[in-house]
Ligand binder design. Structure first.
Ligand code: BES
Ligand code: ZN
Ligand code: ZN
Length: 465
């Protein structure tokens, strides 16, 4: 899972000039006759994303001209696929528009280029695909950009890896290596130990698989620093359990550990930049499978917090394992508790695949995180923890039901369920995310995707540091 990121030098690299559509005519007037003619022959009008390869007199590629008309985070990711494989650097940016932040444009161009250069080659017998590289401009925070991209690649790799190679124990092995790299504490509680240590819901969901369930815990930093705890849903495969998913519904369910992959990526960024906080990562890791000892519809599980849960549907497994993990997280009284999870299909129906649904017990934090997301082109959208909908997940015979009878407001009832396991005085944020690109787009190749990572990093580094 090794990827080269930015180029170390621009020597020998091909320059890219970016021209604003509205400045194009003026700029063209002072270019060489050859360039004017060449751009004309190629019908180049500097429209957004339009790309022209310019040769020298010998026919060798001399430079690339790109048009643009707005600030677009993904511009670079689009150009990457339009140029011959090679090395590039951003040269001149031509615009008279004072509202365009040139430094940001350069930074974002290179970052989205690099994000778009990702491919998952682990299972390709011939991984021939060479990718174009870009030189990261001087005077801009290269370390941060490198960690941003690396963290996203870690997340994508983990999501793309099939369950057979990323069972709970293999995810734990990965985390062990990760913790070692950053000199972080690492421990796991697995199989029957989960019962002994009072994680009954994690055990119940994961016990049907031959690959036993885990709670993975990593921690780094002194306890006098602001305490951040990240919890990630680590369902390495979600068959739906006995309330089995349809084949199309199951097809992508290797990605049901996307929440875990996202918090590991985020932790990589935070630890890589050595933010002055105490960070803890908790991952309940299970496979939601079928066997004679599967947990069943109608079962009642008494969770770590003492709240009893009637199982309305074994496919609502994510909230069960998170219930124990969130209750455990609160025992340590973090200053900020964030969970990420591919929790409901309902969040996707509401917001589509690109926008994670955000829930928080603090409207203020929710607003702040949303603003940070906007700032770094990583959109998230707040949905309400509408208390009245608790009635939809009431149980006659237990304290709460994990699914309820109505299919209405599924993302909200799932979030309300989680909230029951979070102490009232803890600042808590929950992100319900999709973690997958269903199509290739600039900067975002088809497959596993990191979501909310840039938003969360920006938010955390401003809030806690
Ligand atoms: N992992 C799924 C949710 C999911 C499905 C996320 C597809 C992203 C894409 C989750 O465990 C699940 O199956 N949720 C059910 C809950 C229902 C049974 C109450 C859902 O959302 O339909
Ligand atoms: Zn499920
Ligand atoms: Zn699931």
């Amino acid at each position: 899972m090794q990827h080269t990121l930015f180029l170390d030098t621009d020597i020998g690299a091909t320059p890219i000039d970016i021209v604003h559509e509205l400045s194009f005519k003026e700029w063209l007037d002072v270019q060489s006759d050859f360039l004017i003619q060449w751009l004309k022959s190629n019908h180049f009008h500097a429209r957004h994303g339009e790309t022209c390869l310019v040769p020298d007199k010998m026919g060798n590629l001399e430079k690339i001209i790109v048009g643009f008309s707005k600030s677009d985070f993904w511009l670079g990711g689009g150009i990457l696929r339009k140029v011959p494989t090679g090395s590039y650097y951003l040269d001149t940016i031509i615009t008279t528009n004072k509202n365009i932040d040139i430094k940001k444009l350069r930074e974002n161009f290179c970052i989205s280029w690099c994000l778009g250069s990702y491919s998952f080659t682990r299972y390709k017998s011939r991984s021939s695909e060479e990718v174009s590289k870009i030189f990261y401009p001087e005077g801009i925070d290269k370390k941060n950009a490198t960690k941003l991209v690396e963290s996203s690649f870690i997340t994508r790799d983990l999501i793309n890896t099939p369950t057979e190679d990323l069972s709970p124990s293999k995810l734990a092995d990965y985390c062990k290596g990760f913790a070692k790299k950053y000199n972080a504490e690492f421990r796991t509680i697995k199989g029957k130990e989960l019962i002994k240590d009072n994680f009954p819901a994690i055990h119940a969901v994961g016990r049907a698989s031959k690959n036993e369930p885990y709670l993975i815990e990593m921690c780094k930093g002194e306890s006098n620093k602001p305490k951040l705890t990240l919890v990630g849903k680590g369902v390495c495969f979600d068959s739906g359990g006995l309330d089995l998913k349809s084949s199309s519904g199951m097809r992508l369910m290797k990605k049901d550990m996307g929440g875990a992959a996202n918090v590991i990526g985020l932790a990589n960024w935070i630890l890589g930049l050595d933010l002055p906080i105490r960070i803890k990562v908790l991952i309940p890791a299970v496979e939601n499978m079928i066997s004679s000892n599967s947990f069943k519809p109608g079962d009642i599980i008494t969770t770590r917090k003492g709240i009893s849960v009637e199982i309305g549907n074994t496919d609502a497994e994510g909230r069960l394992i998170l219930a124990d993990a969130l209750a455990y997280a609160c025992e340590d009284k973090p200053d900020l508790l964030i969970d990420c999870a591919t929790l409901t299909g309902s969040a996707r129906s509401a917001l589509g695949p690109d926008i994670p649904a955000l829930f928080s017990n603090s409207d203020f934090l929710a607003q702040e995180l949303t603003a940070h997301g906007k700032e770094v082109n990583d959109p998230i959208w707040c949905l309400p923890l509408w208390k009245d909908y608790l009635r939809l997940i009431q149980s006659k015979i237990a304290d709460i039901n994990n699914s309820g009878t109505s299919s209405f407001a599924g993302a909200i009832t799932a979030a309300l369920f989680l909230e029951s396991f979070v102490d009232k005085n803890i600042n808590w944020i929950h992100l319900d995310m999709y973690c997958w690109n269903n199509e290739d787009r600039p900067g975002r190749p088809l497959g596993g995707e990191s979501q909310g990572q840039r938003a969360l990093f920006d938010f955390i580094s401003n809030k806690l540091c």
